[in-house]
Design a protein around this ligand. Structure first.
Ligand SMILES: [Fe+2]
Length: 170
């Protein structure tokens, strides 16, 4: 058992409290967190790395609610990128994460929509978890599906995406 770098349950609890029951965002956090955990475990990510991935999954959209309030409903990517660093650090600190973990977690949060950039394993897994959940939540049109499918790289992610496609036909 590696030495934990933070209290993950407190981080999740903190994020859920922050969303104050907002239905879509609360459900989104829970789903992306669960899938990121599954992908990390099935894709042979080390326990230390999985902790980083799971913290990033909990916080990946944390700036949306804040930006909507602060910028008159505008949670565009630029606004989220501006506000995410302060929020991510605050939540990690409150859940007793080691400061040395902050940069990598923040980096994943900031880049999880960067589909066109090269991406390391943890970012890939976070993107796959988020894409899967977004597919179920927003039911993209068939034109978009090809692009989405091309973004999956891991075996687990590809399999889960094919389950999503099969479910669309029912
Ligand atoms: Fe998301």
């Amino acid at each position: 058992m590696h030495k934990l770098m933070g209290n993950e349950s407190e981080l999740l609890y903190g994020a859920l409290c922050y969303e104050r029951g907002h239905k879509r965002r609360t459900e989104h956090i829970l789903k992306v967190y669960a899938l990121a955990k599954l992908l990390g475990e099935r894709e042979n990510v080390s326990p230390e790395e999985r902790e980083i991935l799971q913290a990033a999954a909990i916080l990946h959209d944390i700036a949306i609610g804040y930006c909507k309030e602060r910028y008159n409903g505008d949670a565009c990517q630029a606004n989220q990128k501006k506000e995410a660093p302060g929020l991510v650090e605050k939540f990690l600190r409150e859940a007793q994460y080691e400061a040395s973990s902050f940069p990598r977690i923040l980096d994943l949060v900031l880049r999880h929509h960067g589909y066109d950039e090269p991406r390391e394993k943890l970012l890939q897994l976070l993107i796959e978890a988020d894409l899967l959940v977004n597919c179920y939540e927003t039911a993209p049109g068939s034109g978009e599906l090809q692009k989405i499918e091309s973004l999956f790289q891991t075996e687990t992610g590809k399999n889960l995406f094919s389950l999503y496609l099969a479910g669309r036909k029912e």
